[in-house]
Write a protein that binds this ligand. Structure first.
Ligand SMILES: C[S@@+](CC[C@H](N)C(=O)[O-])C[C@H]1O[C@@H](n2cnc3c(N)ncnc32)[C@H](O)[C@@H]1O
Length: 239
């Protein structure tokens, strides 16, 4: 297991949900949850990879047959407990403790950019996904203003206590992601998130925040989605 990630998220767990229910974070969680709803069926067995404090899983659990969550941080999972998510456990998504062909839907948000062994992780996702299953996986996008801002920013220039640059953070291009999923899978659709939110602080400015929020929600599935700071890929097996 990645000890640095565990330490970081165990410490972050205490404050992770502060401000999570409004503004910028609400926009992220809403756009992520809605795309899960689109592919979810009442009969689905679902797994959230890196479920954290269960913010998204709690919105999904009553809409499917079985919902599971796995996360590397016990601190984050402790915060998920009161949400009555009974199938959550500690584990690493690069070595999933589930049988082959178990899930109809796998999803992961704000996690995979922090996973070094993505090839190994993806082969695990492939193994536990059913034949007609769907993966909804979010990555950080190299073709985005967010990445440009990151490149221009000095690495020490951060005022936040928990900044994800403190742990491994990878940005991928669409071509790199295509290579990762290999020839047996294809990307059916892309939702882009943080297309216009150059820096999250824009959400603190009245009127500007309303405009940005409107645009993010309206255009996430348009061509502009390809340039979102976060790329959510809908991945299916080729027939
Ligand atoms: C930013 S949080 C996101 C949590 C949740 N997906 C959400 O959207 O609120 C990232 C989560 O990924 C988990 N994580 C990081 N690396 C992991 C790994 N290799 N296996 C499982 N979970 C991991 C962290 O512990 C943390 O809870």
């Amino acid at each position: 297991m990645d000890k640095k990630n565990i330490k970081y998220y165990d410490a972050f767990s205490e404050s992770y949900e502060v401000e999570r229910h409004k503004g910028y974070h609400k926009m992220l969680d809403d756009l992520e949850t809605q795309i899960v709803y689109k592919y979810l069926k009442e009969s689905s067995n679902v797994l959230e990879l890196g479920c954290g404090t269960g913010l998204i899983l709690q919105r999904v659990k009553d809409r499917c047959k079985n919902s599971f969550g796995i996360d590397i941080s016990l601190g984050m999972l402790k915060k998920a407990k009161p949400k009555k998510l009974n199938k959550i456990l500690q584990g690493d998504l690069t070595a999933l403790p589930y049988k082959d062909d178990t899930f109809d839907l796998l999803y992961s948000f704000k996690v995979l950019a922090h996973v070094k062994e993505m090839k190994k992780a993806f082969s695990e996702f492939d193994r536990v996904l059913s034949k007609d299953g769907v993966m909804i996986l979010e990555f950080y996008n190299k073709s985005s203003i967010r990445y440009l801002v990151k490149m221009l920013k000095s690495p020490t220039n951060t005022s936040k206590e928990f900044d994800d640059e403190a742990i491994l953070t990878r940005y991928d291009s669409k071509n790199e992601l295509k290579k990762l999923i290999g020839n047996d899978f294809h990307i059916e659709a892309i939702r882009g998130v943080r297309i216009f939110t150059v820096v999250a602080q824009l959400y603190k400015i009245p009127i500007i925040s309303n405009i940005i929020d409107f645009l993010e929600r309206k255009l996430c599935d348009s061509f502009l989605g390809n340039f979102g700071g976060f790329l959510i890929l809908i991945i299916k097996r080729k027939n």
